[in-house]
Design a binder for this molecule. Structure first.
Ligand code: TAP
Length: 497
């Protein structure tokens, strides 16, 4: 049976009662100020609920609880098998509640229900499972230091970790942060984005059921300049693991400098180049180019938003993109066949439209789409869009649009393509399409990006690191490397003679 096709999502949405309070010290509570903020469904513009607006007082409460739990050893001192068992129970509950979690994610973000079930909830569970499984399989080190000493290098949890995440993939990005932090034995405070807090609050409920001790996992919904800033400035948080815009990432570095020099891990924006050479399998490349920019409405940090295509194949490639643009036309996110949903908010939709207009003012040609669609729904939809004849110095080629807008830049030889690809303040991901594998590989080596795909895009797995060069951030999420952000290395030196 297919959960996506066989569930009556609209009926389920009617009966859904989303959690809207903060989760602090094992309890769902209102904000100290009793303030709330509204959460809207991007598919129809209607309010879903009012959510507790946490501020500095709530952050303080959560940090106190998290610190107390950490110092008590109730989590970090569990035997590895015990901690793993609790996390795996949580994973099982996430899978058991996949319908509700997926529905919350779709109602909150506007993404298609098909993707929420098959990608977002599935990846969240798989990611947390992977880190739970690491707990009793990771060994520490002994430094090779000769016969007269024993030099132990052990990993210890850093303490209280705050995860601040964006609205585009709350469950997935949340799991990348929470997984390694909890597996390592830390206490965690999760601050979801104001537009998409509901799935994080459901995760809290399931964490409680799984038996994660009180204070070890807390969820603080709230506004960035209140809850987010208070987290950044709090003197008793040891590390912030952040995903979001480069602008806010920069703020977290400032907060750290102004407070306790807490460690700050940053996964930031991107303007990922997709290089297509004359030696590419164009049919295949077209499909990947389409999904690279139009999947999740283009609201993806590593979206392949700059198509850098060799002049001789550009016309053919653009022709091949047309049927994909038709196929990915936006629809109701709760319809199981919908492949593209709604943009997160009216403001964001307006911002994307302004970029489409700006591109044309800068001299680009609107080749596909560009219009706001489904106005009768009350929601915020823009279809697959292509801006052709873009120059890499135009604003639409340099700034992250974070919507379904592909900009097309032509090149003549691969050297030029690599230079164009690297000419960006971002360096999150890139791709090269070329059947000459040596040539593709040589190009990949020279691309300054955290992930480079050859003849693919967005293939991903929890065991491969993900993160950016340059202003796309520092450190890596996913894989064992993610532990570096949330652990300390301790050297213990025993002199044997
Ligand atoms: P941001 O506006 O940067 O928000 C991210 C988080 O920071 C949210 O929880 C937000 O809270 C909070 N925040 C906002 N202003 C703050 C402030 N002054 N102080 C402290 N915290 C603050 O990003 P977004 O709009 O949610 O997401 C889009 C961005 O995220 C894009 O640039 C995208 O590229 C990036 N992104 C990167 C990646 C990776 S892995 N590199 C993945 C996904 C997204 P509020 O929601 O309440 O404002």
């Amino acid at each position: 049976m297919s959960i996506v096709a066989d569930t009556n999502w609209r009926a389920l949405a009617q009966s859904l009662k989303p959690r809207n309070q903060a989760f602090i010290n094992g309890q769902f509570v209102d904000a100290v100020s009793a303030q709330t903020f509204p959460s809207y469904n991007p598919a129809n513009g209607q309010k879903i609920t009012d959510i507790a607006a946490c501020d500095a007082a709530d952050v303080d409460r959560a940090v106190t609880a998290a610190r107390r739990a950490f110092e008590s050893g109730v989590w970090r001192d569990l035997k590895p098998l015990e901690r793993k068992t609790i996390l795996l129970r949580w994973v099982a509950l996430i899978r058991e509640h996949q319908r509700e979690l997926a529905l919350l994610e779709t109602l909150d973000t506007g993404k298609p229900i098909k993707e929420s079930v098959n990608v977002d909830v599935a990846s969240c569970a798989a990611g947390l499972q992977w880190y739970a499984e690491c707990i009793d399989k990771l060994y520490d080190e002994i430094a090779p230091n000769g016969p007269s000493s024993l030099v132990l290098v052990t990993r210890e949890p850093i303490g209280v970790v705050a995860a601040v995440i964006p609205w585009n993939y709350p469950l997935i990005i949340g799991s990348w942060k929470i997984g390694p932090a909890l597996a390592a034995g830390n206490s965690v405070i999760l601050k979801p984005a104001e537009q998409a807090s509901l799935s994080s609050l459901k995760l809290a409920e399931l964490a409680q059921q799984a038996g994660i001790p009180e204070g070890v996992f807390n969820v603080l919904p709230g506004l960035g300049h209140q809850a987010g800033q208070a987290i950044g400035l709090h003197p008793d948080i040891d590390a912030v693991v952040f995903t979001g815009s480069t602008e806010v990432g920069r703020k977290f570095l400032e907060y750290s400098a102004r407070s306790n020099l807490k460690r700050v891990g940053l996964e930031l924006g991107g303007k990922s180049p997709h290089i297509v050479t004359e030696e590419a399998d164009l049919e295949k490349a077209a499909m990947y180019v389409a999904y690279a920019i139009w999947y999740n409405q283009g609201e993806t940090c590593n979206a392949g938003s700059r198509l850098i295509v060799q002049r001789g194949v550009k016309a053919k490639l653009l022709k091949l993109l047309e049927p994909w643009a038709e196929r990915l036309a936006p629809g109701d996110p709760l319809d199981p066949t919908t492949e593209m949903g709604a943009l997160i908010s009216a403001e964001h939709c307006q911002r994307v439209r302004q970029y489409i207009e700006l591109g044309q003012q800068e001299g680009a040609i609107l080749a596909i789409g560009g219009r706001q669609l489904r106005p009768e729904s009350g929601g915020w939809y823009i279809g697959p869009t292509v801006l052709d004849r873009v120059q890499n110095d135009m604003q639409v080629a340099r700034e992250e649009i974070f919507g379904p807008v592909l900009v097309v830049i032509e090149y003549d030889d691969l050297e030029e393509a690599i230079a164009l690809a690297n000419d960006s303040e971002y360096g999150l991901a890139a791709a090269v399409w070329c059947r000459d594998i040596s040539k593709a590989h040589l190009a990949a080596r020279r691309l300054r990006a955290g992930t480079v795909w050859i003849n693919a895009f967005d293939h991903t797995s929890i065991n491969a690191p993900f993160g950016g060069y340059k202003q796309s951030g520092n450190g890596r999420d996913k894989s064992l490397h993610a532990f570096d952000k949330v652990t300390e290395l301790k050297t213990t030196w025993l002199e044997l003679h």
